[in-house]
Design a protein around this ligand. Structure first.
Ligand code: SF4
Length: 425
């Protein structure tokens, strides 16, 4: 399976000095640590922010655009639904190009979990209320163990195993939710799998708080917090904040997600505000995102990103900057960033809000970023767009067309992977 160790190359992973260290007086509960791609969850890792795409996962370009918008907003891990065969095939295209680690949300079909792993996901979420056959659960856990992929046991108050519902008097209780998680853990234990995070979400805030407190007393696995189906803001924001803030102030919680009926970017912003206001995450200045690099990359993305980070940090400008490995997809994928550069044919295509404004030599990429960041800082995005070089778009299109011609449509060999996925059915 493909590994994507370079995922999530965000500024804080590159030793940014523009971020202020968190100052929290809430001691964290001690938990084990798991790794979702390049993001550590639990132990002494910063509390991570998650969100979920709302696109159809089979819509590769639409999903990637949303993932980049989430990355620019400060998301650490993104979940995509894997509810149908086309979604698993979409993941095979999305994962090599995603700047964030991807967790596949599996609904009722354990086969989708197997396919998602073949597609290269960095994590799975299973709902014990939906996949209930022990042989299926154990088959997924065995495969996840072999591939080093963590699984979140995602208990949901609204879809509890009917058997547990009856056992607890026809009500959803904290005890029933924790028992559901423990049953799943027992199946995992049978195959020696313990690379686990757990959530016990409910839409009732008091129930959710009770369930997480009980769970935290019972296991030492990292916990994913959330108030499920919180609804649209502002009521949804208040409900989710009430539940998660209460627990975080008690030291419970290793990763969080706001489940809002809104653009998922709002979920990420809310997550950051919550963690920053509790002193649990750093405040952000420069936000540099970089693509993970893939079969299309035309430049050493890590090197350019590190140099850009160093040069831009000194400017002390609150700006989102994207460093992208190729001009074929770069400007489109990172169109939400204020400023970005994409490499191609020994040149850098500089773009502002997804629009190519200038083409520069490859060795002038970092310098150009600094110059245009200053233009944006002084006059805003509008001023930068006014200074656009008229021939830039045509030059960029010519480079893009040549590269597509050279490497074809499938530089990441997603078609081969999809062939394997299809044979698994
Ligand atoms: S090299 Fe291009 S296609 Fe690959 S992840 Fe980077 S920007 Fe996306």
């Amino acid at each position: 399976m493909p590994s994507t160790p370079c995922n999530s190359r965000r500024s804080r992973n590159l030793n940014s000095v523009s971020e202020l260290a968190p100052q929290s007086s809430y001691p964290r509960r001690t938990t084990r640590q798991v790794r979702v791609g390049s993001v550590l969850v639990g132990g002494d890792a910063p509390i991570s922010i998650q969100s979920m795409t709302t696109t159809k996962t089979a819509d590769v370009e639409g999903t990637l655009q949303q993932i980049y918008a989430l990355a620019a907003a400060g998301c650490d891990i993104v979940r995509c639904t894997c509810n149908e065969p086309e979604a698993a095939e979409g993941l095979a295209h999305i994962i090599p190009r995603s700047p964030l680690p991807i967790i596949a949300d599996i609904h009722h079909q354990y086969l989708r979990a197997m396919e998602a792993m073949e597609a290269g996901v960095q994590g799975l979420r299973l709902n014990p209320g939906n996949i209930r056959r022990p042989e299926h659960i154990k088959a997924v856990a065995r495969e996840a163990k072999d591939r080093g992929i963590p699984i979140r046991i995602g208990v949901n108050g609204g879809s509890l195993d009917p058997d547990l519902y009856e056992k607890y008097g026809g009500r959803v209780t904290a005890e029933a939710m924790v028992e559901s998680a423990k049953r799943e853990l027992d199946f995992f234990e049978e195959v020696g799998f313990d690379d686990v995070k757990i959530s016990v979400k409910a839409s009732n805030v008091a129930l959710m708080i009770d369930a997480y407190r009980l769970l935290a007393d019972t296991v030492d696995y990292p916990l994913h917090l959330g108030v499920t189906e919180a609804g649209p803001p502002p009521a949804g924001l208040v409900k989710a904040t009430a539940g998660m803030a209460t627990l975080l102030a008690e030291g419970i919680g290793d990763t969080i997600r706001y489940s809002l009926t809104a653009d998922p970017v709002e979920e990420v912003r809310a997550g950051r505000w919550l963690l920053e206001s509790l002193g649990l995450r750093e405040r952000r200045g420069l936000d540099l995102i970089a693509c993970p690099s893939c079969g299309r990359a035309e430049v050493d993305v890590i090197d350019v990103a590190a140099k850009a980070q160093e040069a831009l940090t000194d400017l002390n400008i609150p700006i989102q900057v994207a460093v992208m490995g190729c001009v074929v997809n770069g400007p489109g994928e990172a169109r939400e960033a204020d400023l970005g550069i994409a490499a191609g044919r020994k040149r850098g295509h500089l773009f502002v809000k997804g629009e190519v404004v200038k083409v520069v030599p490859e060795d002038g990429m970092v310098e150009a970023l600094v110059e245009w960041a200053q233009i944006i800082a002084d006059g805003g995005v509008e001023e930068a767009l006014r200074r656009k070089d008229d021939s830039a778009a045509a030059e960029a299109e010519a480079d893009r067309a040549e590269l597509l011609d050279e490497k074809g449509d499938d530089a990441n060999h997603a078609t081969e992977r999809i062939e394997i996925i299809r044979k698994m059915r």
